[in-house]
Design a protein around this ligand. Sequence first.
Ligand SMILES: [Zn+2]
Length: 392
Amino acid sequence: MADEVFRRDGYMSEFEAGVVSARGDEVVLDCTAFYPGGGGQTCDTGTINGKRVVDVHYDGKEIVHIVPGNSLEPGMRVWCSIDWDRRYDLMMGHTGEHLLFCSLKRLDPELAITKIGIDPADKYVIVNHDVPWEDVRAALRFANQAIRENLTVSKATVSRDDSELEDVRINLERIAEDEEITVVSIGNIDRSACSGVHVAETSELGMLFVDRKVSAGKDGVAIHFRVGAAAQDAAAELAVTCLEAADEAGSKPEDVVRSVANMKRDLLLAAETSKEASRRRVAEMSPEDIGGIPVYAGMFSGANRRILSEAAERFKAAGGVAVFVNDAGSVSVMLASGTSRVDCRTILPAVLGRFGGGGGGKPDFAQGGIEDRARAGELYQALLSAVRSALS
Ligand SMILES: [Zn+2]
């Protein structure tokens, strides 16, 4: 088995090694500092003798480096170089994940990790249930304080039955029977079983920042975070967005959440009021008798669509005809008929076509619309007169 340097030294970025085997693109070395990925952290990339290493993974117990187009042979000595900026970002990310999760778990002991993703483009931890923003705020305060205090991040190997494991975050089911357990400690605030690569001191993270929290379906909730310069940039960017939103909402930045909640409540209330008004208006409609058929015709402004369609269905079921024109941003039209003398499918498109609009449906119910709001009244009259001539 190769000497897995990354297990004891996370900072080695260049090293010499011997080639054990080279079959096609797959290269096995006698020692390697390339992290093969694991624990949610993506693998390293780099070069071997100047040739790109595009992927590194475990194949059984062997670490395989994928080096397309290599001409390596067993026994050769090679010079290996890891893409350091990428690797260091992943180390910071992995350490950041430990720090973020332990900071959240302090506030919510029931919180558990479902999944972790540490990639140059995206870093996240998926937890089993939602976390209130208040907890995210407190956790970030705690984590960034730990970063400023520059706590040591250390590693120790323990056996499965060690009593020390009691206060370690660990999922024993995920660790093979014979595997020894590496415990990663951050100062005295967190101990977690992990075989990934981490930085040596928390100050290396510079800053930890949560920039998104979204549902992850049955897995729970994904908390996306950033570390280092990326965290600073994201924090500045989002802060300005928040200031902009506060400006737009006409509130102080610290009141923006309350302002938006109030707006949401007012909108719901307005929608409810408009629905009620539509309902009343429809209930008060009285039909005009045209050729023995009750015709319910009306022009509406911002009426609730569902209430109009329910009313149209009702008038139709009673053998009547409904002609509704509704101006709600654009002009929509509903035509319903309980008599074979009025064929909605024929009348509606013919009239709308004259106004540059379109629509369709069935003989007893059709709908459509036009863009030009200024012509709503004219359209209403045209529809009514088409119904009138069909009935007389
Ligand atoms: Zn870790």
